[in-house]
Design a protein around this ligand. Structure first.
Ligand SMILES: Cc1cc2nc3c(=O)[nH]c(=O)nc-3n(C[C@H](O)[C@H](O)[C@H](O)COP(=O)(O)OP(=O)(O)OC[C@H]3O[C@@H](n4cnc5c(N)ncnc54)[C@H](O)[C@@H]3O)c2cc1C
Length: 317
């Protein structure tokens, strides 16, 4: 019996959050099996193995190359039955969430999402879940034979030395009803790193005084390969586009590093960034609330600190 892990692919590359899910599953049950849909770049299967998967089921059916919630749920439920899996692990995401809910219905599994820690099996099967946009935790007890866990991003580090996986083609049954909805085209915003998926984010607030000063934010972001974000007032004043607005009423980000420049750290902004692995705050006011949530802080004028930081990084590169 092996845990199954749903691994998401973006433009042929395995998402880091899915590698975290593989390492999580490997820590719960040795040698989990991963399931992957569509074309995958050279070397990516090895990453899945290195993260802990003993086997990868590769679905190469053209009709399943693009994400399809219904068909993926059917295929994953079928794979769980084929592998005799009593545990499905996947990364919490806009695709993973609806897929996991459907697999739970199909398999009768109990489901917990936003999981942040390994299960406690000393008395049943309990997991710690992040709730209220990261402000509290719920200890959730799962019962029943099958369980599904949706892992919060950055909750666990990725193993990189576990081994090479056996890769097996898997052709799930074609369920006609799963193809009632068809995505006819997917267009990515040109040249931009998408904020919700970004590994690094540089975000600016009202402390930057005006849209004309965003050059230094963009320069820092370009230097480190980051997406740009902003606080709500900044997008409300049209200094930046609304799709960059981070927070409770905007985009929730989970990067490895969130750099906040001239942002006070209001609770509504923090609600969108508290899944970040590390937070660096640059603010001239040492009393700014953001420093309480920060891993690293620079008390200083953004107009001096940011260009110096960018130059230092360029030199180090
Ligand atoms: C219902 C509701 C929902 C909301 N949702 C969101 C949301 O989703 N996202 C969000 O961001 N906000 C949201 N807000 C607004 C939130 O409460 C704050 O008002 C907002 O986040 C403040 O933005 P700011 O930090 O950019 O600006 P300010 O609060 O004005 O802070 C500017 C900061 O810049 C610093 N600063 C000034 N000059 C410099 C300098 N030269 N160098 C370095 N630092 C400098 C200051 O010390 C200050 O800390 C919401 C509010 C409500 C009521």
């Amino acid at each position: 019996m092996a845990a199954l892990v749903f691994v998401e692919i973006e433009e042929g590359e395995v998402k880091k959050s899915s590698l975290e899910a593989v390492s999580y599953a490997a820590a719960v049950q040795e040698g989990p099996t991963a399931i992957v849909f569509g074309a995958i770049n050279d070397g990516e299967m090895d990453k899945i193995g290195a993260a802990g998967a003993a086997k990868v089921l590769h679905v190469t059916d053209d009709q399943l190359a693009a994400p399809n919630i219904m068909a993926y749920a059917s295929a994953i439920a079928e794979a769980m039955s084929k592998e005799g899996s009593d545990l499905l692990v996947l990364a919490k995401s806009s695709l993973g969430d609806p897929v996991s809910a459907r697999v739970a219905i199909k398999t009768g599994a109990s489901l917990a999402t936003n999981v942040v820690d390994l299960p406690d099996t000393s008395d049943g099967f309990k997991v710690k879940c992040s709730i209220y946009t990261g402000k509290a935790f719920a200890i959730t007890a799962l019962s029943g034979e099958k369980k599904i866990l949706g892992l919060k991003k950055n909750a666990i580090s990725v193993k990189e030395d576990a081994g090479s996986p056996a890769v097996e083609e898997f052709a799930p049954a074609h369920v006609e009803a799963d193809f009632k909805v068809k995505v006819t085209e997917r267009a990515k915003a040109t040249g931009e790193i998408l904020l919700p998926e970004a590994e690094l984010v540089v975000s600016g607030g009202r402390g930057l005084k005006g849209p004309e000063n965003w050059g230094m934010i963009e320069e820092l972001a370009k230097t480190i390969g980051a997406a740009t974000g902003c606080s709500k007032p900044v997008s409300d004043m049209d200094w930046r586009p609304h799709h960059e607005h981070v927070g409770q009423t905007g985009i929730k980000v989970s990067p490895s590093l969130y750099i906040a420049v001239g942002i006070s750290g209001a609770i509504q902004h923090l609600a969108g960034v508290n899944s970040s692995k590390y937070i660096l705050v640059i603010n001239k006011d040492e009393e700014a609330p953001f420093f309480k949530a920060a891993d690293y802080g620079v008390v200083g004028d953004a107009f001096e600190v940011v260009p110096k930081l960018t130059e230092a990084i360029k030199k180090a590169q």
